[in-house]
Design a protein around this ligand. Structure first.
Ligand SMILES: *[C@@H]1O[C@H](CO)[C@@H](O)[C@H](O)[C@H]1NC(C)=O
Ligand SMILES: *[C@@H]1O[C@H](CO)[C@@H](O)[C@H](O)[C@H]1NC(C)=O
Ligand SMILES: *[C@@H]1O[C@H](CO)[C@@H](O)[C@H](O)[C@H]1NC(C)=O
Ligand SMILES: *[C@@H]1O[C@H](CO)[C@@H](O)[C@H](O)[C@H]1NC(C)=O
Length: 413
């Protein structure tokens, strides 16, 4: 206890003399610590979260020292729309609360501008976290210095008040309730409609359960619908086994890789088994084989998805990108005639998406225009909060406009 407190205090840069006092007396009063509720009571607009703490005392009473709590403000809960319904589901609320607690001191000033760190949370229940080390949040410091938390479904919250101290660590006040990452299917259907061709192909080959849903810890390179559209007449000429190999080549099992952790010229062993993907960095761009990574670090329940602009081909794993090109050429020998090209081309495999209760399949297939190099790669579903505007394109530009953060500078968890 005393040890934990001391180590937190040293992280918070308290003078050594005070640490000595803490060690001798072992008393929280010496360092003017306060419990979570008193600290939150000193801030405006945090009443909803304070009520949840009272409703779920166990989660907060048992916290060890050295934690960081992301506290959504009242407006964040109002934005949920269905809060009353939400609040009655004990399993859900408990999971969400745990997803807001990071078992580390994560100080906002310690994050370097342009850097993104992944912070595991206390949500380790395998039902919500089929991932090593607990479900994660991503914390990104924007060029302007504000820190944005990203959760599942691209749901983002900006830090409104940072580094408030309490006796077990820090509080960061955010303006959205973080959303627990869900499976690839749910994520593609609800938030990233630009992966529906890839998802449909996984269902068309009966690979979804085996390769994706049943896996723990995966990194997935998901081609955009536009990438599939370019191959609309070619892919149907592949046998089911060939298509399976192609799809397996997009999945790196057993590891969840944050994109900037992937070193230049490194290779990733894929579920395809025989060939490996090569990572290439060029200026501030990153490529997987010849495909450019358009959007990085999309959180799904069991890993991370990186959206790429080309369908990868295990048999063309030696093909590098044309780093000057706006979009990469297909790495399949094109066959068949595509009467319609570009955004009007058919979106392969979306007809294989299983129908849900309300059968949104037709809607998704027909109403989501795709393609064009500058289009937002992040459409639909739970949309960005007002603070963050059109984050699909912005995020992409933002990543490309900054030096990729040095992976070694990230906090190690
Ligand atoms: C508190 O919430 C109200 C209503 O949403 C808002 O008008 C006010 O600016 C908020 N105060 C602070 C300090 O954020
Ligand atoms: C409660 O939440 C859990 C976890 O999110 C979910 O699986 C379950 O279906 C919800 N129950 C109800 C009655 O909505
Ligand atoms: C990445 O590696 C390739 C091949 O080894 C090399 O040509 C390229 O210059 C490297 N890029 C960076 C940014 O170091
Ligand atoms: C293609 O994959 C094989 C098997 O992993 C590897 O030996 C080969 O070097 C790869 N080619 C390139 C250019 O990455």
């Amino acid at each position: 206890m005393v040890f934990g407190l001391s180590s937190f205090r040293s992280a918070a840069r308290l003078p050594t003399a005070i640490l000595a006092i803490v060690s001798v007396f072992g008393s929280a009063e010496v360092v003017k610590a306060a419990d979570l509720d008193s600290v939150l009571a000193g801030q405006t607009n945090l009443t909803t979260f304070r009520e949840l703490i009272k409703d779920y005392p166990d989660i907060f009473a048992k916290l060890p020292s050295g934690v960081t709590v992301a506290v959504p403000n009242d407006n964040a809960f109002d934005k949920l729309g269905n809060f009353d319904e939400w609040r009655d589901n004990k399993t859900h609320v408990e999971a969400v609360l745990k997803y807001h607690v990071m078992p580390k001191i994560v100080s906002m000033p310690s994050i370097i501008k342009g850097d993104s760190i992944w912070a595991p949370t206390l949500l380790t229940d395998p039902k919500f976290s089929p991932i090593k080390g607990g479900q994660r949040l991503i914390l990104t410091k924007q060029p302007g210095g504000e820190v944005v938390f990203t959760s599942g479904f691209a749901n983002r919250g900006t830090v409104m008040v940072e580094d408030i101290e309490w006796d077990k660590g820090l509080v960061q006040v955010i303006d959205s309730v973080m959303r627990i990452p869900e499976g690839l299917e749910s994520t593609a259907r609800n938030a990233y409609h630009d992966m529906t061709s890839f998802l449909g192909a996984l269902f068309a080959t009966d690979l979804y359960d085996e390769l994706i849903a049943g896996a723990k810890d995966v990194t997935i390179f998901a081609p955009t619908n536009a990438a599939f559209q370019k191959l609309a007449s070619t892919l149907p000429t592949l046998s089911k086994e060939e298509l399976k190999s192609v799809l397996r080549y997009h999945v790196v099992p057993g590891q969840v890789s944050q994109i900037w952790e992937l070193k230049n010229a490194s290779r990733l062993a894929t579920a395809e088994g025989e060939h490996s993907i090569r990572i290439l960095r060029h200026t501030n761009f990153i490529f997987a084989d010849s495909a450019q990574v358009l959007q990085t670090d999309i959180l799904v329940a069991n890993g991370a998805v990186h959206l790429v602009d080309n369908v990868l081909n295990p048999k063309a794993n030696g093909t590098g990108p044309d780093v000057e090109a706006v979009a990469q050429s297909p790495v399949f020998s094109l066959v068949g005639t595509q009467t319609v090209t570009g955004t009007g081309a058919p979106t392969p495999y979306t007809e294989f998406l299983p129908c849900t209760v309300s059968c949104p399949v037709t809607e998704v297939v027909r109403t989501e225009p795709t393609a064009s190099a500058t289009r937002s790669v992040n459409q639909g579903g739970v949309r960005p909060t007002s603070t963050n505007g059109a984050w699909g394109v912005q995020k992409f530009n933002y990543i490309c406009a900054l030096n990729p953060p040095d992976a070694s500078a990230s906090l190690a968890f």
